[in-house]
Ligand binder design. Sequence first.
Ligand code: PXG
Ligand code: PLP
Length: 445
Amino acid sequence: MNKPLTTAESQPNDLSQFWMPFTSNRDFKAAPRMLVSAKGIHYKSHDGRDILDGSAGLWCVNIGHGHPKVVEAVKAQTDTLEFAPSFQFAQPLAFELAQKLSGITPDGMDRIFYTNSGSEAVDTALKIALAYHRIRGEGTRTRLIGRERGYHGVGFGGISVGGMVANRKFFGPLINGVDHLPHTHNLAEQAFTKGQPTWGAHLADELERMVALHDASNIAAVIVEPMAGSTGVLVPPEGYLQRLREITAKHGILLIFDEVITGFGRLGTNFAADRFGVKPDLFTMAKGLTSGYVPMGAVAADNKIYDTFMSESPGGIELFHGYTYTAHPLACAAAMATLQVYEEESLFQRAADLSPHLEDAIHSLKDLPNVIDIRNIGLVGAIELAPRDGAPGARGMEACIKAYEAGLMVRVSGDVIALSPPFIVEKSQIDEMMDILSKVIKAID
Ligand code: PXG
Ligand code: PLP
């Protein structure tokens, strides 16, 4: 266990300076929930309680907390080379990591561009798509298509193609030339489905209507999460992603998968592309890439996209894009060690093997009060509660806070409770999570 913090360290007496993200600062600062250390599948709260990590942090700590291999790798890298520029210079781990990653990406998607977060990965993928079309002489292809209820991070690119209204409505006109496919959630047709719903593949055909309206020659790319996580776990209907692939391929539109959550074993396979047997042209990753130990994201590109930049751009810099911290040595070290842990501990397989247990356990909650849907895939589960009249999200937030008080961290999106534990979770701990959730759901009205 990490060295316990002193009271002064764990309970700062002034909370006003840190402007917290995606949080009611006023509510939190009135009743803080401080996490002071973590090991394995537990956080330690500032009042000394063990909190089961039912969400792998923010869907990222797939290998569990405090894994000595990753901790050591980052420490050692700090001693050797803490920073080196990646513009015009490089450090060897960047290439080693890209090579290692290309061993688990879908065939022919071996070109890796590094970022520091999922949001940056999304911006990068959209920019590569636009520049790719221009470089190959189809510069009219500038329109981007996202999906309602999509979450693609918080950059202007990501919120433009994203479809969560609260994340968009405050921020002006955004990027123009964007359309949104309909989301695929439909309780009447899909409630309490285990795994992929059978209803909904036809919603991909809406893309044909957009092509008919704008003409394919104006459309650069379609971006979707293969499984939408942040919006409350929407599992893709059977055949839906295949249909999107067919339509995009037919019209020369790039297909981008946002695999920031689904990548690195969350669905029991390397990537969702593998799980669903659909290969995009570009995909984003982050979170599980380093298991959250150091921030890092990336985009994997089909080799043909990279090759086009190399052969068609006139010489000199091929892509005018990059971050100060692209391929940061500490992030590369964390990612190398994380990938090694996944391999040595067969963690993607473990996620797949645990999936039926999570499915049975979570669906056993279906008769609890206010539960209107339960859904699951891989090592992800969600419980949708009916919204309170006039106060959507209130019941979900109350569940989140009560669960924490009872020793369990979950994520909520509106009134959807999401579970996505680290892959090292034991079956008994999944059961413990369900016990807590069951008591919590019964206790709120
Ligand atoms: N794309 C997807 C699909 C994501 O889920 C991002 C992009 C942005 O990544 P960064 O690293 O910039 O946050 C995400 C992030 C939640 C939750 O509770 C989900 C995310 C982030 C924080 C909370 O569902 N997803
Ligand atoms: N703003 C200024 C003034 C900068 O000089 C830079 C980078 O040099 C940035 C923003 C971008 O920062 P980053 O490369 O960390 O995304």
